[in-house]
Design a protein around this ligand. Structure first.
Ligand code: AMP
Length: 166
């Protein structure tokens, strides 16, 4: 068992029945530094220009990683939050559907995508599509937690780096 796991709370039936929600707030409160260092350690930073953080827990983790490594930060937000011009991508979530947006970019760059939990992979797929449409080359995917039983990302050859795997 990873030492971080004792700080992750399993919340049954949140936000919907049947979901076991991984609450990382106790882990962030007690071990934030170590979490950011553990996530940052998995990435080859020489090949990364920007960190792409996914609203909203991806902002907390991604922004801290970007600061630690001296990289820029690009937010991916829920529909309607970013000012135009934006590109959008709709996707299926483990609980519901949603649309994500990114500001239209004209400067090519190599990116790492950061989020807290990889579940079905719908979110990361949508963000990868946004990046490809927006001149960003996705070099790596960085997650704190990979719920490996819900997705086939690693088998499909995506460069997934996660600290805790269930
Ligand atoms: P998915 O698109 O199914 O991979 O879901 C990933 C997104 O939903 C991430 O932004 C997570 O924060 C959130 N999420 C999905 N399932 C869970 C879970 N069991 N516990 C906590 N967050 C989750």
């Amino acid at each position: 068992m990873h030492p971080f796991e004792s700080h992750i709370r399993n919340v049954p039936d949140f936000p919907k029945e049947g979901i076991i929600f991984k609450d990382i707030t106790p882990l962030l409160q007690e071990r934030f530094n170590e979490v950011i260092e553990a996530m940052a350690r998995t990435i080859n930073w020489d090949e990364i220009d920007y960190v792409v953080g996914i609203e909203s827990r991806g902002f907390i983790l991604g922004a801290a990683m970007a600061t630690l490594k001296g990289k820029g930060f690009i937010p991916v937000r829920k529909k309607g939050k970013l000012p135009p011009p934006v590109i959008s991508e709709s996707y299926a979530l483990e609980y519901g559907t949603d649309t994500l947006e990114m500001i239209i970019n004209s400067k090519p760059g190599r990116v790492v995508l950061v989020d807290d939990v990889l579940a079905t992979g719908g979110t990361l797929n949508a963000v990868m599509n946004l990046c490809h449409k927006n001149k960003f080359e996705v070099k790596a995917l960085s997650l704190l937690i990979n719920l490996t039983f819900l997705n086939k990302f690693t088998e499909d050859g995506h460069p997934v780096h996660s600290v805790i795997n269930y």
